[in-house]
Design a protein around this ligand. Structure first.
Ligand code: CIZ
Length: 300
């Protein structure tokens, strides 16, 4: 049987849903019930009646989904699909920061391990990071783990004292000013849209800076016809689908996250068949991370 039909049949038999991050391979996005950013997908999973979720993304995303749906079975088809950025900080690092900066509040980007979220005051996404930092009732902030996103927030909230952690995303951070200048000269009529995980020198050249959802929304409402996209290449699939009359160029062919690309159709079929790999989060960690996520919803 054709593998996509097999996946469909297994989904029905198991009463499961498949969700896929914007950075997944095209064929994974095509078989998914929902495609989007990680927090959007985690919220959708919490609202659905299905008790089994196949999360096509990376480890921290499946963890966030478990935190919001503790009684559901959350499966990550490729157990080694991790996130280099999330792995650049540990819960012990957060303990040390708390000792060093006792009167600072910790704002933690969603791209982080659950154990780090649990020790933070509030979580943020790349869509709401500026708003969260602005609204939190403390002028002293530690922002972690992404330095580039932190710098972007710092520039937009100059009135606050913000200490940054030195983490970065390999896929966004390897893109330099020269790559952006070249893409702009190759496509002089295109707008440059970049993710805030990009370096400051790239952000400075952009026409728009935003999360994956904000980039998609920007394109939909823009009268422009051509766009250079400065985030992971997988997003081109939704952009082209939603805007068939517009043209898209990836900022650099190197904008590929190898972790996101680990999930292929056979991984999804195996995940459904053998109910693997189940993601669990320690109860104390889960409670702490839930508290920090709820705080994000309140102040964001
Ligand atoms: O949290 C997400 O989904 C990521 C990695 C980025 C974004 O901007 O959507």
């Amino acid at each position: 049987m054709d593998i996509t039909k097999e996946i469909q049949k297994l989904k029905e038999e198991k009463n499961a849903i498949v969700v896929a991050h914007n950075y997944q391979n095209k064929d994974i996005q095509e078989i998914a019930d929902f495609v989007g950013d990680s927090f959007y997908l985690s919220k959708i999973c919490a609202q659905r009646q299905e008790k089994m979720i196949i999360f096509c993304g990376v480890y921290f995303m499946a963890e966030t989904t478990k935190i919001l749906s503790p009684h559901k079975k959350i499966l990550l088809p490729e157990i080694n699909a991790g996130c280099s950025l999330a792995n650049m900080i540990t819960a012990d690092d957060v303990d040390r920061l708390k000792e060093e900066y006792p009167d600072y509040s910790i704002v933690c980007y969603i791209n982080s391990p659950a154990s780090v979220k649990a020790k933070s005051d509030v979580i943020c996404t790349s869509s709401n990071a500026i708003k969260i930092v602005r609204n939190i009732p403390n002028n002293k902030i530690i922002f972690l783990p992404d330095r580039n996103l932190g710098l972007f927030v710092k520039r937009n909230v100059p009135e606050k004292d913000i200490v940054l952690w030195d983490g970065f995303c390999f896929t966004h951070s390897k893109i330099k000013k020269d790559d952006a200048l070249k893409a702009k000269s190759d496509h002089p009529d295109a707008l440059l849209l970049v993710h805030p995980e990009c370096r400051e020198e790239v952000i400075e050249l952009a026409d728009f800076v935003g999360s994956t959802k904000q980039i998609i929304d920007f394109v939909i409402s823009s009268p422009a016809k051509e766009f250079i996209i400065g985030t992971e290449i997988g997003i081109l699939h939704s952009l082209k689908n939603l805007n068939p009359e517009k043209r898209f160029y990836i900022l650099s062919q190197r904008m590929i996250c190898p972790e996101m690309k680990k999930t292929i159709l056979t991984s999804v079929r195996e995940a459904l068949l053998h109910e693997k790999y189940e993601i669990n989060v320690d109860e104390n960690v889960l409670e702490g991370a839930q508290r920090a996520l709820i705080k994000m919803l309140k102040i964001g």
